[in-house]
Design a binder for this molecule. Structure first.
Ligand code: ADP
Length: 255
């Protein structure tokens, strides 16, 4: 960090300094506004499950002791909202940890076995099969493994949430880039919503997302995680056909 003496500058130099100072202030203001927005969105998102839990627990307190139907409905709703809140707070913590500098080191990993291990963990939940596909036997890449794992969890979770059919993970190498695509045959996302799905708290259909447990944070977290190891995250989707979310890694090591 170089200190600039604040005297002896020419008029032009002072103007340049003034401009960069204004840019810096602008950036700080934007950061501050984004943080304020994030805080108010997050509080808003937490308010809904808390309200549901509060009203169902009151219902339970008043009439639940005598009425088995109310007991069942209330316990179900409270349980569902508690799970949503747990996921939301986990996502908020992940999002907050993305905003600071990262001390994680990139390392070389073999992607096909890495994805296969993740697919196996998901298969064990017994909900759905995940089919892995690659023309290569091994693909090596530089990445931050635990962050890549978080990204894949988000993408596989979404694919399971929004579709009933089996999920495909395609890993391929092209020129000096590596593509890991998570494909589902769910309802797809219409073109007017597609450009916004990486925005924090954006949900295409909030009533459906409430049922599936979504909070609109997954893809925005996934994108900043991928960017932290210099990758990119893209999405393609067709209504009625399905969605493909692709991680693009550029630091490939050829062996
Ligand atoms: P959420 O927690 O709501 O799933 P995301 O940021 O992961 O949040 O996704 C934002 C929105 O994009 C979702 O609410 C959903 O409407 C849509 N979306 C994401 N992934 C898919 C998918 N695989 N199929 C259909 N819609 C999806």
């Amino acid at each position: 960090f170089k200190r600039i003496p604040l005297s002896g500058q020419s008029k032009d130099e002072l103007e340049v300094m003034g401009e960069s100072f204004n840019r810096m202030i602008g950036r700080l203001e934007r950061n501050h506004d984004q943080q304020q927005q994030f805080l108010s969105d997050a509080s808003h998102e937490l308010k809904t499950p808390i309200t549901v839990i509060e009203s169902y627990s009151s219902l339970l307190k008043r009439w639940g002791m005598k009425d088995a139907a109310i007991q069942e409905e209330a316990v179900e709703a409270i349980h569902h909202e508690a799970i949503r809140m747990k996921q939301l707070t986990e996502h908020l913590l992940q999002a907050a940890s993305q905003s600071g500098p990262s001390a994680d080191m990139e390392e070389e990993i073999e992607l096909i076995s890495f994805c296969e291990q993740m697919a196996q963990t998901f298969r064990r939940t017994g909900k759905r099969d995940i089919k892995l596909q690659s023309e290569d036997k091994e693909i090596y890449a530089m990445t931050i493994p635990h962050k890549l794992e978080q990204v894949l969890v988000i993408l596989l979770d979404n694919a399971m949430k929004y579709s009933d059919a089996d999920i495909q993970v395609v890993i391929k190498r092209q020129m000096d880039e590596i593509f890991i695509s998570v494909k589902d045959r769910g309802p797809g996302i219409s073109p007017e919503h597609l450009p916004h799905v990486f925005e924090r708290f954006y949900r295409v259909d909030s009533s459906r997302a409430r049922k599936t447990g979504g909070n609109g944070l997954g893809l925005s977290i996934a994108r900043s995680l991928v960017e932290s190891f210099d990758g990119k995250l893209g999405i393609q989707s067709k209504v009625g056909e399905g969605t493909v979310v692709t991680i693009i890694l550029s630091h490939q090591i050829l062996i």
